[in-house]
Every structure is written in C-alpha cells, then in structure tokens.
Design a protein around this ligand. Structure first.
Ligand code: IPE
Ligand code: IPE
Ligand code: MG
Length: 237
C-alpha cells in the first residue's frame, strides 16, 4: 500500500459545466469528494494524504471564483474540523498563507493547533502552494538560519527540513483527475520518484472505487529507483 498519496483534484469546473451549473457547484461537490477520499484513505491505513486545493497560479482566475473558493475553504475549516479531530486526523495546511485574509489565517491556525497531536492520518491541504515557491522558501530559510554555510555546497538533507512537507515521507503515488497530464507546479521536489497516475475521471466523480483503481495500478508498478529489475526481484543491492 502507498504510505503517502498526493492528489491534484482537477475537473470541478467541467463537471459543473456539463450539468449547466455554475463552476462553484463543481467546487462544492468537490468538497464532498474530499471528505469521501479522506475517509477512504483512512480506512485503507494510508498515513499521509496531500490535496492540491489552490495553486499559486489560481489567483489568475476570475475574482468571483477566487473569492468563492476562499469562502468555501473558510466554511470547510469551520464546519468540518471537529469531525476530523474526532477521527484523530491531523490537518496541515501548506503554502504561502500570508497572502490570505486574517479570518482564513486564523481558521487555519485553529485547525492545525486543534489537531496537532492527533496520531491518525495526516491530511495536508496545499493552498496558494507552488512547487517552485516551496523550494525557494526552503532555500531562503536555510540560508537565513545558516549564514556560516554561505558559499559552501548544500545537500538534499540540508534542505529537507525546510520544505513545507518535511513531516511527511515523499509521495508514493500521485493522482491527477480531470484528464490533464501535467504537474502544474505541484510538489516538484517531492515527486522526484513518485509513481504518476492520470485519470480522465473528473474530481467530483472520483470516489472510493476510483481511488482503489489508482492504488491497484500503483501496486502493479515496479519501483526501481535507478536499479535494474533483476536487482529488485533478486533482492541484491
Ligand atoms: C480544480 O478544478 C479545482 C481548483 C483548481 C480550485 P478546476 O476548477 O480546475 O476544474 P476545471 O479544470 O476547470 O474543470
Ligand atoms: C491545478 O489545477 C491546481 C489545483 C487542482 C488546485 P488547475 O486546473 O488550475 O491546473 P492547470 O492550470 O489547468 O494546469
Ligand atoms: Mg482545472
């Protein structure tokens, strides 16, 4: 089983459009699927689930859609967090949240604090997140805290604790719904050796059965990390 699944939840707008509904109806239905997929991952003992909810590029969308997404995000943090807490889920929000208004920032802080010590699965929501931003903020913080290292070579292990998902193992399985086959500036550093799975299913239709299909596909892959197939099956290092 994958330990960590990362998902680009795409296709809400098209789902709504096909039903002659406003795009926001797709986002609302998308929230229902978030709840279903969290529950399904929990039941399957997947320790880490990371969901891309809003990219640093999504600010380019029409103002109305952006503010509706922010409202929806506030609503979910306000009304779903107690349930998640009861189920022992630890919630983390990753991304440049300094750009959000105070209400949202407080709700994020409250949700993270409330669930901080939970020992169940960790759900990370990426908002105003970009993979390049993540690498750059890690570099910046590392250099600020280690001025003595200026000019010397920096290794992967130096940077790792500063990346925003430092508490999670790298994803084993990446899923993108909605048919597009691109990374869209999601976890660029952490996806280096992740198995990629793309499906045409739109996010509002992505249910537990669809998740199982993705996991089945993952389980048929051979993860070689640069080695040969013979090394893997023969158990030689
Ligand atoms: C993904 O669905 C949700 C967000 C980016 C917030 P989209 O809104 O991108 O849906 P499509 O791609 O237009 O169908
Ligand atoms: C990617 O979806 C980001 C999220 C799902 C939050 P988009 O629908 O914005 O991606 P692009 O821009 O079409 O690649
Ligand atoms: Mg999209």
């Amino acid at each position: 089983m994958p330990q960590h699944i990362a998902i680009i939840m795409d296709g809400n707008g098209r789902w709504a459009k096909r039903r002659f509904m406003p795009r926001v109806a797709g986002h609302k239905r998308g929230v229902d699927m978030v709840k279903e997929i969290i529950r399904a991952c929990d039941a399957r003992k997947i320790g880490f689930l990371t969901l891309f909810a809003f990219s640093s590029e999504n600010w380019r969308r029409p103002k109305d859609e952006v503010s509706l997404l922010m409202e929806l995000f506030c609503f979910v943090l306000e009304h779903e967090i107690d349930q998640l807490h009861t189920r022992n889920v630890r919630l983390r929000v990753v991304g440049d949240i300094g750009a959000f208004d105070e209400k949202l920032r407080l709700l994020i802080a409250r949700a993270e604090n409330l669930t901080r010590h939970n020992s169940g699965m960790t759900v990370s929501i990426a908002v105003n997140y970009g993979g390049r931003w993540d690498i750059l903020q890690a570099m910046t913080r590392f250099m600020r805290e280690h001025p003595e290292r200026a000019g010397s070579e920096i290794g992967e292990a130096d940077l790792a604790p500063y990346l925003s998902l430092h508490y999670a193992p790298e994803p084993d399985l990446f899923i993108r719904t909605g048919g597009e086959q691109r990374i869209s500036n999601f976890m660029l550093w952490q996806l280096a050796y992740t198995e990629l799975y793309f499906t045409g299913t739109l996010w509002p239709d992505f249910d537990a059965g669809a998740l199982d299909e993705a996991i089945d596909s993952f389980r048929q892959r051979e993860r070689r990390f640069g080695r040969t197939s013979e090394q893997i099956s023969g158990g030689k290092s």
